[in-house]
Ligand binder design. Structure first.
Ligand code: AMP
Ligand code: MG
Length: 439
C-alpha cells in the first residue's frame, strides 16, 4: 500500500553488542572438584600459538627453531687443499726414496693458506705448501715436512709416498646443492658453525619469547636490601622463575615483587603487556583475603582459576589479557609450588611459543631405595635426587620434607618424581617416573 504524504516512522535498529570473548571450556573437575593436571596443561597449550618467525643473525638464533630448509650454495672444502704442512709434489718422483737414499727435488715456490701457486707444478719439482692452501695444478700428493729435510732451495724426500696423500678434496664434506637443514631443526652451536661455514649469516627462525615475570606479596623484600620488620622475607620466586624461564629459552624481563595493592598490580601488569609474549606471576591466587592476583586479573581479560589435582601447585590461574590477548600464567606463591607449577605449565608454554617439540621434558625411569607415599586423588611431584649407580641404574632418594616453602630441599634435588593420582605408596625397589631437572 502506498503511504500518500504520510511519514513512515523508522524504528532504530537495535545495536547488537558483540559477545565478550571467552576462553574455551576448561577441562571438567573430578568428584573432588579437582582438574587433571595433564588436561589443564593441554587445554592451556591449545590456546598458545608458536611465535611468527623473522630473519635474524645466526648467532642470535642459538637454541631457536629454524623456519626454512637450508641447502648449500657451496661445496666444502671449496677447493683441493693441503691437510698438512709439507710439499706439493708428484708421487712418482718419490719412487725408491728412503732415509739412506733420499730423492732431491727443486723447490720452485711457496703456497701459504689464502695464496695460489703462480704456475703448474712440473715433474721433478716441489712447492712448499701450508695446511689449507690450494694444491697446485700438476701436483698429485702432499708430503708432510716430517718425511723431508724441510729444505728451502732443494728438498730431500726420505720416503715413498702414494698419490692423493694429505689432500682434502673439493666437496668431500659437503656438496653444492646438498640439503643440510630442515624447517623445525633446533639451531645449536654445531649448526651455527655449519651455517657460517657455508657462508650464511642470517636465518629465518622463531624468536625467543619475551617473558615478563613478577611476584606479588607485601611481605616481600628485594634481595640485597634489608629485612626491617618481622614478617618480611626475601623475594625468591621472581628470581627462580626468571631463571627457569631463561633456561627454557625465553628472553626474560623480571619485574620483581609488587605489593598486594590491586590498583598498583593492575597498573603494573597493564604496563608490561607491550613487551610480553607471556606473563608469569606468582602468589595471590589462593583463598586468602589478600589474594590480589585473583581479584585483579578478571579486569584485564579472559581468565580462569582452578584447583588442580596436584601437590604442590593446587591453585592455578590462566588467562588471555589485554587487547592482544597475551597469555598469563598465575602460579601459587609458595616457592616450591611456583617451581613445580613452572615445570608443569610454563615450560611447555615457552617451548610451544618457541616452536620446539616435544614441549614436555622426557620422563626417565628410576628405582627407589625407600618407600614413597602419596595421597590418592591427586598427583604428587616429589623432590628427589637421582644418581646413577655403578651398574648404570638410576637410583632415587626422596628429598625430605613435603612442605612447599622448603627452598633448601628444593635446591638439593635434581629431579621431580611423577606420582600419579591413583598411587598411594611406592615400595623400595619399585620403579618411578621422573623429570631430570638439569638435562
Ligand atoms: P601466596 O600464594 O601469595 O598466599 O603466598 C604463599 C606463601 O608463599 C606465603 O608464605 C608467601 O610469603 C610465600 N611467598 C609468596 N611469594 C613469594 C616470593 N616471591 N618469594 C618467596 N616467598 C613467597
Ligand atoms: Mg601473597
Amino acid at each position: 500500500m502506498r503511504l500518500f504524504g504520510r511519514k513512515k516512522t523508522v524504528e532504530p535498529e537495535p545495536v547488537e553488542e558483540p559477545p565478550a570473548p571467552t576462553l574455551p571450556t576448561p577441562p571438567p573437575p573430578n568428584e573432588h572438584g579437582l582438574r587433571d593436571w595433564t588436561a589443564q596443561r593441554d587445554w592451556i597449550l591449545e590456546q598458545i600459538q608458536p611465535l611468527p618467525p623473522f630473519g635474524m643473525h645466526v648467532l642470535d638464533a642459538l637454541g631457536l627453531s629454524l623456519c626454512e630448509d637450508i641447502e648449500s650454495d657451496v661445496s666444502l672444502p671449496g677447493f683441493d687443499n693441503a691437510a698438512m704442512d709439507g710439499y706439493a709434489i708428484q708421487a712418482a718422483d718419490t719412487k725408491g726414496a728412503s732415509e739412506k737414499r733420499p730423492v732431491t727435488l727443486a723447490v720452485v715456490g711457496e703456497i701459504a693458506a689464502g695464496t695460489v701457486a703462480d704456475r703448474v707444478l712440473a715433474p721433478g719439482t716441489a712447492m712448499k705448501i701450508m695446511t689449507g692452501a690450494p694444491v697446485p695444478e700438476g701436483a698429485d700428493t702432499v708430503i708432510q715436512y716430517e718425511l723431508t729435510d724441510r729444505g728451502a732451495e732443494d728438498v730431500q724426500i726420505f720416503a715413498e709416498i702414494d698419490v692423493d696423500k694429505n689432500i682434502r678434496r673439493l666437496g668431500s664434506d659437503i656438496t653444492e646443492g646438498e640439503e643440510l637443514l630442515q624447517h623445525g631443526d633446533v639451531i645449536d652451536a654445531r649448526t651455527i658453525g655449519l651455517l657460517a661455514g657455508i657462508g650464511i649469516d642470517k636465518v629465518l627462525a622463531r624468536p625467543r619469547p619475551r617473558v615478563v615475570v613478577l611476584s606479588t606479596g607485601s611481605e616481600l623484600v628485594e634481595p640485597g636490601l634489608r629485612l626491617t620488620e618481622l614478617g618480611q622475607l626475601f623475594d625468591s620466586n621472581s628470581f627462580m622463575v626468571a631463571a627457569q624461564a631463561r633456561a627454557a629459552g625465553a628472553q626474560v624481563f623480571r619485574v620483581g615483587a609488587v605489593g598486594d595493592d590491586p590498583a598498583v598490580l593492575k597498573q603494573t601488569i597493564s604496563d608490561q603487556l607491550v613487551r610480553a609474549d607471556l606473563i608469569v606471576t606468582t602468589g595471590g591466587i589462593s583463598e586468602g583475603d589478600w589474594d590480589v592476583v585473583k581479584a585483579v586479573a578478571p579486569e584485564l581479560g579472559m581468565v580462569d582459576f582452578a584447583k588442580i589435582g596436584m601437590q604442590p601447585g593446587k591453585p592455578q590461574g590462566f588467562g588471555l589479557i589485554g587487547d592482544d590477548e597475551i597469555p598469563i600464567l598465575m602460579l601459587p606463591g609458595n616457592p616450591v609450588s611456583s617451581f613445580v607449577s613452572f615445570e608443569v605449565f610454563v615450560r611447555p608454554v615457552i617451548r610451544k611459543l618457541l616452536g620446539i617439540t616435544p614441549v614436555e621434558r622426557p620422563t626417565v625411569t628410576a628405582v627407589t631405595n625407600t618407600i614413597i607415599r602419596s595421597k590418592p586423588g591427586r598427583a604428587r611431584f616429589v623432590r628427589a635426587t637421582i644418581r646413577t649407580d655403578r651398574g648404570g641404574r638410576r637410583v632415587v632418594e626422596e628429598v625430605s620434607g613435603h612442605s612447599s616453602h622448603l627452598l633448601g630441599g628444593l635446591q638439593k634435588s635434581n629431579a621431580l618424581l611423577l606420582i600419579d593420582d591413583a598411587t598411594e605408596v611406592i615400595k623400595a625397589g619399585e620403579t618411578v617416573h621422573a623429570w631430570m631437572l638439569d638435562e
